[in-house]
Design a protein around this ligand. Sequence first.
Ligand SMILES: Nc1ncnc2c1ncn2[C@@H]1O[C@H](COP(=O)(O)OP(=O)(O)OP(=O)(O)O)[C@@H](O)[C@H]1O
Ligand SMILES: [Mg+2]
Length: 260
Amino acid sequence: MSKVISIANQKGGVAKTTTAINLAASLALAKQRVLLIDMDPQANLTSGVGQKGQAASGGTIYDALTTNSPNAEDFVLATGIDYLSIIPADRNLTGAEIELVPMQEREKRLRTITNVLRNRFDYVFIDTPPSLGLLTLNSLVAADTVLVPLNCEYFALEGIAELVATMDRVRAAYNPELALEGVLLTMYDERTNLGQQVSSNIREFFGEKVYTTVIPRNIRLGEAPSHGVPVILYDARSRGAEAYISLANEFLARDHATRG
Ligand SMILES: Nc1ncnc2c1ncn2[C@@H]1O[C@H](COP(=O)(O)OP(=O)(O)OP(=O)(O)O)[C@@H](O)[C@H]1O
Ligand SMILES: [Mg+2]
């Protein structure tokens, strides 16, 4: 049974894309079949796995979303990393936010695609843009669960009520089973009291949903995307790489525990 996980937080720069790349790559290293879907017109996920400007025969996620009756298989591109594939994005996706508006079943377009691909993958991760528009809505409608990265700074919880309200709306209208996968603390700086305070506030708010693994601030995580590789292939011994491997282990252990 596969699982579709949307990585969402409408706040910008909280490590949604970094988490998508590095959690996916760490799971692929553990021989899990993983598909990444880039739903952000910035296409940072696509370039972060070295696929900028690339697409499979059907085109990018923009084409997949705006074609009627697309053949989902035609959009899946191998990444060069074993067990890891991607449906890439490019700048065209900016237009989709508006072009989708008059289309039939506009909120369910991505779901139609992911449902077809489920049998080929163990995990599908969808990277979302920093907004709650139609692209994020499509991602939440397609997902079984939502993974929320929060950066350890003062305003970390700002906007979370809006995300939670959007998830409620999606449950009521399209996807009653949508659940919270987990909350991930990112860019943690142990040298500051602020980081510690914020992380304990977040743990109070979300309880056991918060992963034990915390992602530290680590320069290698910021450098790896410019080389088009996940951090485990850029500097496997860095703290950033170790943290995402540990997150992947925690993620798998939780997933197995909840599914029995
Ligand atoms: N733990 C970390 N340590 C240092 N730098 C990080 C860390 N995580 C992410 N970064 C860097 O911070 C920036 C923002 O991260 P990222 O792009 O993953 O966030 P995002 O939530 O996807 O942003 P957006 O909302 O724009 O899509 C990037 O330059 C990334 O390389
Ligand atoms: Mg991003």
